[in-house]
Design a protein around this ligand. Structure first.
Ligand SMILES: [Zn+2]
Length: 53
């Protein structure tokens, strides 16, 4: 899968977590991100989920 924050692949043995993202319509979407903080990709096509430390 692809990390929604940095747009890099999340390997099978790499810890990841799911984050809920709610758009303006109230429809929630679940995205996968690296469990550890990673740098957001320079170009973004959608809002970045907040980084939780
Ligand atoms: Zn990432």
């Amino acid at each position: 899968m692809i990390c929604a924050r940095c747009n890099k692949p999340i390997e099978r043995d790499e810890p990841s977590e799911k984050v809920e993202h709610y758009g303006g319509t109230g429809v929630g979407a679940t995205m996968d991100v690296h469990a550890r903080p990673c740098r957001p990709a320079p170009q973004q096509t959608y809002p970045t989920p907040p980084i939780r430390y």
